[in-house]
Design a binder for this molecule. Structure first.
Ligand code: TA6
Length: 278
């Protein structure tokens, strides 16, 4: 694990002897790059992403906390992705590298969200696996509620030629259809139009399949899965995404979105997303 600059911003490079590597920005504790042994990049990072130390960075794995999307009064996706986190844990061995970054409340966070908390994101690379675990601790004397997500932007060669398997039978809230609740009935999800869905209580691992490779996506603790692709018009309206950016990305997010998580004083909650390159 070594400190580096990435697009002019402080970041960490993680690497293992077997050739896995990742880049994590301190801003947002955001994983911006991950390649398993063999070297193929698996995360999408927009070529128009803004690296100014304040703005949210388009791509990689933004941490959405303490609010997912626009589910409450806070700025979209909360504030964790706009703050500088600190490196608090560093461990590595023959085949793994692990970095732990933390964020605690301060005057600016309390102005938006009046609670004392500590958030820790542990990022582990091991062989073909990337494991992210978010732990939220209530360090105050009052219970709080939050929603959250690991907003993973996966890189795909061509989104229309990718399929997500494992979502059949689960119900989802469809943001592109006035938040209607629907049930997934196909055996695979293929993205052919704007897609913005929160799948509820997804209890099995998913597989993102492309012609030339696949990726396993699993979660623990996070009950929901968000699938997002902005497609043509919305992509064109997003300033930090190229017009054809939607073709190269597909967000499969581990989320606690449908039901807010409640944490009592002194207690913690954790959720994990695991990606396995196949
Ligand atoms: O997770 C899906 C979503 O909430 C979409 O509705 C879309 O707006 C996206 O996240 C990106 O949000 P952002 O605030 O990063 O532009």
């Amino acid at each position: 694990i070594e400190p580096i600059e990435f697009h002019g911003q402080p970041a960490l490079r993680l690497a293992t002897a077997s050739g896995a590597r990742a880049v994590v920005a301190l801003h947002g504790a955001q994983v911006l790059s991950w390649a398993p042994p063999g070297g193929e990049e698996r995360l999408y990072l927009s070529p128009k992403a803004v690296f100014d130390g304040h703005s949210a960075v388009r791509g990689g794995i933004p941490v959405c906390f303490p609010q997912f999307a626009d589910l409450g009064p806070l700025p979209a996706h909360g504030f964790a992705r706009n703050r500088r986190w600190s490196l608090t844990t560093e461990r590595s061995g023959k085949d793994f590298a692990l970095a732990g970054l933390t964020l605690a409340d301060d005057e600016a966070t309390r102005a938006l969200w009046p609670y004392a908390f500590s958030a820790e994101l542990s990022i582990l690379i091991e062989d073909s696996r990337l494991d992210l675990e978010l732990e939220i601790t209530n360090t105050g004397d009052e219970a709080f509620e939050f929603t959250a997500a690991l907003h993973t932007y996966l890189a795909v060669r061509e989104v229309e030629e990718s399929r997500i398997e494992g979502l059949h039978g689960f119900s989802y809230r469809d943001k592109t259809d006035a938040d209607r609740i629907q049930r997934d009935s196909g055996d695979a999800l293929v993205i052919e139009s704007e897609t913005d869905r929160v799948y509820h209580e997804v209890s099995r691992p998913l597989l993102l399949r492309e012609y030339h490779r696949s990726l396993g996506v699993n979660a623990d603790g996070f009950p929901d899965v968000v699938v997002w692709n902005p497609w043509i018009e919305r992509s064109a309206a997003i300033a930090d995404l190229p017009d054809d950016g939607f073709r190269r990305m597909l967000c499969i997010e581990a989320a606690a979105a449908r039901q807010p998580v409640r944490v009592q004083p002194g207690e913690s909650w954790w959720g994990r997303q695991t990606l396995v390159a196949l």
